[in-house]
Write a protein that binds this ligand. Structure first.
Ligand code: FO1
Length: 308
């Protein structure tokens, strides 16, 4: 079983490539849930949904989130009613949030709800939240502390970031199956996601970091950064706020002790020696996945690494 850690829209690109190369039933995908948010009274879990929709073949791959060919008539009416509509929830996407909110209200855990949604969308991979307990990324900015979605979507990551913290992390526990998926994995892959706000919360759930350090499985990570900038999104800005160098070396710093190998951009080859001094084997590659062919190419390279 291949165990994957992911979050955000960058991570899912590798998952798309992997599921085109191997049987998705062989994947267990552990998703960040610290981006989750309540909108219009509904529980929205962006990273679980992005992975679920992708594996169900219904994702909007152009945007990187939501359901393809969705429409926004409910949101338009909410706007007319004077409700905040900066977070674009499509009509089909809302169906997921309505069902998830009902099942959570009836007492099912987030993991059970995620499994139910996957069953109904005929997703064969196993998708797990990192935890069933509520963890929320809080972004400290010069204008006060805001949620991740307010930072990322409402403010379009324009505000200067002073701090990042994960509210509720101390009380969180790995969701059922998460530790086993790490311990029993043939290999673990950390997707090219934001190391601070997408992978960081997963590693911060008590027990998960230790399981990754102790697992006999090889742990391989892909850098989401080329040069000093993220391939997509604000990872470099959040890394600086978290005290990490905004570079592939900073990603290696974030994963030191956890990963055995990191795949970085060929353009960052001058960092190879510095990263290897952290005890992390470093592989150079073209890590940009701009289309399905690129996603499959990178996936094949990762799979080949795991067979070594
Ligand atoms: N990202 C945006 O930039 N704008 C949006 O309006 C937006 C809506 C949205 C709705 C559902 C969903 O699952 C994701 C959505 N996202 C949107 C992406 C979301 O902010 C990111 O997927 C993650 O939280 C970042 O890792």
């Amino acid at each position: 079983m291949l165990t994957i850690l992911t979050g955000g829209t960058g991570g899912v690109k590798l998952i798309e490539g992997l599921t085109a190369e191997i049987d998705p039933a062989k994947l267990t995908i552990i998703c960040n849930t610290a981006d989750d948010c309540i909108f219009h009274g509904l529980y929205v879990s962006p990273d679980l949904d992005t992975v679920t929709y992708t594996l169900a073949g219904i994702n909007d791959s152009a945007k990187g989130w939501g359901i393809k060919d969705d429409c926004f008539t409910v949101l338009e009416q909410l706007r007319r009613l004077g409700e905040p509509t900066w977070f674009k929830l499509g009509d089909k996407d809302l169906a997921t949030h309505i069902m998830r909110s009902r099942l959570l209200h009836e007492g099912l855990s987030l993991a059970r709800v995620t499994g139910e949604i996957c069953d109904r969308l005929k997703v064969s991979a196993k998708i797990l939240p990192m935890s069933d307990e509520r963890v929320e990324t809080r972004v400290g900015t010069t204008d006060g502390e805001i949620s991740f979605q307010e930072y990322f979507v409402k403010e379009r990551w324009s505000k200067a970031v002073i701090s990042v913290r994960f509210e509720g992390i101390e009380q969180s526990r790995p969701a059922p199956g998460v530790i086993e998926a790490i311990r029993q994995a043939s290999a673990v892959v950390i997707c090219p996601s934001n190391p601070v706000t997408s992978i960081g919360p997963i590693l911060a759930v008590p027990g998960i970091h230790a399981a990754l350090v102790e697992t006999k499985a090889p742990v391989v990570a892909l850098s989401p950064i080329i040069g000093a900038s993220a391939i997509s999104g604000p990872a470099h800005k959040l890394m600086v706020a978290a005290g990490l160098e905004a570079s592939a070396f900073g990603v290696a710093q974030a994963y030191a002790g956890v990963v055995d190998t990191i795949v970085i951009a060929t353009a960052d080859k001058q960092m190879k020696n510095r990263i290897e001094k952290l005890g992390i084997a470093t592989v150079l590659s073209d890590i940009v996945m701009s289309d399905l062919a690129g996603k499959r190419r990178v996936a094949r390279e990762v799979l080949a690494l795991l067979e070594k």
